[in-house]
Design a binder for this molecule. Structure first.
Ligand SMILES: [Zn+2]
Ligand SMILES: [Zn+2]
Length: 366
């Protein structure tokens, strides 16, 4: 566990490298004229069209695989969910299937709603990379499109060849997921449009803002790596958000300051210590009983001045048929958290198929 100052410095220099960033601009989605079911703003569309005319490449980036993140029944409002997890099934039109991104479960797209039985009323809500490609095809009918998403290529080799063809000028508009962020070079690329820069700014995940910052910078860094000047445009509904502002300014220091003050405020790493305890079982009553017993018998934690929160359903309350309950422990930075937690959970024998996992200073809290 690095101390606060060191943490900031190491993250700053090693991860992002000396890459020259392109011009960064926000597109304020609150003032763009957006027909429903579309995600490419008129401003971004005009920029892409100008690139096509000049023989330059554009990249439209969205960090969501599949066609649409949600499938809803317009008759009864039911959202199609995984039978094994508390997660929605994601439509993959290319594969003609619904997939669970949590556990990998897949199913054919049903004709009728599994809840009310009405046929022909299931509708896709929200954009995924496949749906964005559909919109781009309509918006730029004369352009050659290429879609870069991990599930559209049969093998790593096919993917590598696809990327090579694109880099050599085999496409005018690239539609891509985070796959494109991984260090490939596209010398003809002069425009990156981030479709939803707000995605990942909220949530229960402490590192969401950090990942958003990192990912958008990496993707933006794809533009203008040769002699041609590049620009990155971020579609955002909250361009005044500190993370978006820091990305636009190319100001890592400002980002880390904004992040650090929020973390200090919340008493989370690196300004405090936390432990996440996840209990899981196929029996929901057993798992809550153990969670409550842990919360009541917290002497070992109180001895070091730590506090326990929960039990509460974990953010993903069921995975592969197992119910998940979470407790959080918060302590001061100097407290011997690990040994106290070991003593605390060691009071109990695990019954049935209950599993317990402890994560000290967790990276995320799913
Ligand atoms: Zn229905
Ligand atoms: Zn699942």
């Amino acid at each position: 566990m690095p101390d606060a100052g060191k943490y900031k410095r190491i993250e700053l220099t090693s991860r992002y490298g000396p890459a020259v960033m392109p011009d960064m601009r926000a597109i304020d989605m609150r003032v763009e004229d957006m027909p429903s079911g579309t995600w490419i703003s008129p401003t971004l569309r005009a920029e892409v069209t100008a690139r096509i005319e000049k023989g330059e490449q554009s990249l439209l980036f969205i960090n969501r695989r599949g066609y649409a993140p949600v499938t809803i029944c317009r008759a009864c409002g039911h959202q199609i969910a995984c039978e094994q997890c508390d997660a929605r099934m994601v439509e993959h039109r290319f594969l003609k299937r619904l997939l669970c991104h949590q556990c990998g479960e897949s199913a054919p797209m049903p004709e009728a709603c599994p809840s009310c039985g009405v046929e022909g009323k299931l509708a896709a809500v929200g954009p995924g990379v496949e749906r964005l490609a559909e919109e781009a095809k309509e918006a730029f009918p004369e352009a050659r499109l290429a879609v870069l998403s991990s599930d559209l290529f049969g093998s790593a080799r096919a993917l590598k060849e696809g990327i090579k063809t694109i880099a050599e000028g085999g496409a005018d508009v690239i539609i891509g997921t985070q796959l494109v962020a991984k260090g490939h070079n596209f010398p003809l690329l002069t425009l990156v449009g981030v479709i939803d820069a707000d995605l990942g700014l909220q949530g229960s995940d402490l590192r969401a803002a950090e990942r958003t910052f990192q990912l958008i910078r990496q993707v933006a860094g794809r533009a203008g790596r040769s002699e041609r000047k590049g620009v990155a445009m971020l579609q955002s509904h909250q361009p005044e958000h500190p993370v978006i502002r820091a990305i636009l300014a190319g100001d890592e220091e400002a980002f880390w300051q904004a992040e650090a003050s929020e973390r200090r405020h919340a008493g989370v790493p690196p300004y405090g210590r936390m432990a996440g305890i996840i209990l899981s079982s196929t029996d929901v009553a057993e798992v809550f009983d153990l969670g409550n017993a842990l919360a009541r018998n917290d002497q070992a934690l109180r001895q070091i001045g730590a506090q326990v929160f929960g039990p509460a359903p974990a953010p993903i309350a069921r995975i592969r048929g197992r119910h998940r309950v979470r407790l959080l422990v918060k302590a001061d930075k100097a407290a011997p958290l690990q040994s106290a937690v070991a003593k605390w959970v060691g009071q109990f024998k695990l019954k049935g198929d209950i599993r317990l996992s402890v994560d000290i200073d967790p990276q995320s809290f799913y």
